[in-house]
Design a protein around this ligand. Structure first.
Ligand code: TXE
Length: 487
């Protein structure tokens, strides 16, 4: 069995305890992981705090920080295949996707490497004579970055990249489900030459490790990706210290198809939106909202595509849908499908756990028209699409916004004017028009409502890891006048 270590204060360590990680394709244990509890978390946060204030890191110029990030970028790019294989092995995410995604993760580090020396303060045209006033952008402090199992390297990169560019230090908590790729990534951080304590990577369970991290008094900001219920724990935990948070949570993202759209192209995008990553994607387009006049035609195309999807071993390049990361997740999906069919939803494809080992679940389509099935409101985080239809654009928009979430959305139409109206009307952090699931380090990403707050990606994300210090410098040599009058 393979063994992995945590990375704390520049050294690799076994952790306070060990736990076995299961291969989602077989359900068998394949590696031993280091379990961090309160003591490891405390050591890591203290190391990050020291590295923030003392030693080499706070004295580095922004350009030198950028150079370290460029070195990390190159190492991630060179090791992309090995990282992808680890992520696939430990989480079940198919190799076709992890290979492409991790090669692109390097571009996130490259973007933030370039940004490190472009984070500027400003000289203010102040309304008082004899005064020079300017702002400095200083690192916000020690960042706790907590990620879930899906896309661990990607979800960590969108936190680590901007935080380091801004001069912060971090404790990164990999998910207890599939932590191998992030623990291995720590070796690249070490090789890149970051000073000890700047980046610490550990893993452990939510109630012990995760909550100790969010409650730690030396943590200034918690950057969290996960489910809304866990996010509430995170916010409560960080409230004692009034640490700031950025929360990237789940979604029930609408995928709107109008009769004038290119239906074949829209169906391909819908397949990507809900079946890629076996549906374990925060942006999954999980609610198809289709114009009634083309509903049957569109569903026929979609069903044909869903049934042709190659289900198989995640390490096989031909596989398009692999297993879910955990058995718990598969059970959650089946229970939600069953509750939805009991509420009147009709199964058009899939809907049953297949025979055999591993945590597999087939691409599933549920026609929920005329029902209030829970599949329309609750996140599956799996390959299950719920379908409703509409007659007017107003109805389509109302259905799109009829959700507690607000992360992403897709609009498929040939009408430019309609697209513009919907872009304005949809309450979500991302609107994709005639495309879906496109991301870039240059583009901000994040949600509203129960999908969270804060943005990852882009310049704004790096600024969110800074706080502004305002400096007032009096340029007059005259004595300070009347002390009882504010100037
Ligand atoms: O995620 P959790 P889970 C949704 C999805 C899924 C559900 C639950 O619907 O079915 O959430 O998934 C750490 N304090 N999404 O339970 O619990 C935990 O160890 C601090 C959407 O796996 O949110 C892990 O590292 N941390 C989503 C991380 O939080 C705690 C991605 C995420 O785990 C903690 C994942 C605590 N008290 C799930 N408890 C998306 N938007 O991509 C747990 N953690």
């Amino acid at each position: 069995m393979r063994g992995f270590q945590a990375y704390i204060d520049g050294a690799f360590t076994e952790g306070e305890a060990r736990f076995a990680s299961l291969d989602p394709a077989t359900g068998e244990a394949w590696a031993q992981m280091p379990e961090a509890r309160e003591a490891d978390v405390d050591r890591a946060v203290r190391a990050a705090d020291r590295a923030l204030r003392e030693g080499e890191w706070p004295r580095l110029t922004a350009s030198a920080r950028g150079k370290l990030l460029y070195r990390l970028t190159d190492l991630v790019a060179e090791n992309a295949q090995a990282l992808a294989e680890l992520e696939t092995r430990d989480t079940g995410k198919i190799i076709r996707e992890t290979s492409a995604q991790i090669a692109y993760v390097a571009e996130y580090y490259r973007y933030y490497a370039g940004l490190a020396d472009k984070i500027e303060g400003a000289v203010l045209p102040i309304d008082k004579p004899d005064m020079e006033v300017w702002t400095r952008r200083e690192p916000i402090g020690v960042v706790a970055a907590i990620v879930p199992w899906n896309s661990q390297l990607f979800l960590a990169a969108v936190k680590i990249g901007p935080a380091l560019a801004a001069g912060c230090t971090l404790v990164v908590k990999a998910s207890e489900d599939g932590p191998a790729p992030l623990l291995h990534f720590a070796r690249l951080v070490h090789e890149a030459g970051f000073p000890a304590g700047v980046v610490n990577v550990l893993t452990g369970f939510g109630p012990s490790c995760g909550s100790a991290l969010t409650r730690h008094p030396l943590v200034a900001h918690v950057a969290f990706t996960g489910g809304p219920e866990t996010a509430r724990h995170v916010v409560r935990g960080s409230a004692d210290n009034l640490a700031s948070t950025s929360l990237e949570l789940g979604g029930k993202s609408p995928f709107l198809v109008f009769a004038d759209a290119d239906l074949d192209s829209a169906a391909n995008a819908q397949v990507a939106a809900i079946f890629a990553a076996t549906g374990q994607s925060c942006v999954a387009g999980s609610r198809l909202i289709v114009e009634r006049s083309v509903k049957e035609r569109f569903l026929a195309i979609l069903k044909e595509k869903a049934e042709r999807v190659a289900i198989g071993a995640p390490l096989d390049m031909g596989t398009e849908v692999g297993p879910l990361c955990t058995r718990r997740q598969r059970d959650h999906i089946q229970a939600l499908v069953d509750r939805s069919t009991a509420a009147g939803a009709r199964v058009l494809a899939g809907g049953r756990v297949p025979e055999g080992p591993g945590h597999y679940y087939p691409p599933t389509i549920l026609d929920c028209d005329g029902t209030s099935a829970p599949a329309l409101a609750e996140e599956f985080f799996g390959p299950v699409l719920s379908v409703v239809s509409f007659e007017t654009e107003g109805e389509a928009l109302a259905l799109a916004n009829d959700t507690a979430f607000g992360l992403a959305s897709g609009v498929f139409t040939a009408s430019l004017t309609r697209a513009h109206r919907l872009i304005r009307g949809i309450r979500a952090g991302v609107v994709w028009v005639n495309t879906y699931r496109a991301v870039s380090p240059i583009a901000p990403f994040g949600g509203t409502k129960l999908s969270g707050h804060g943005r990852e990606g882009g310049l704004a994300a790096a600024l969110d890891y800074t706080r502004t210090k305002t400096v007032w410098l009096r340029t007059s040599d005259d004595p300070i006048p009347d002390p009882f009058v504010m100037r």
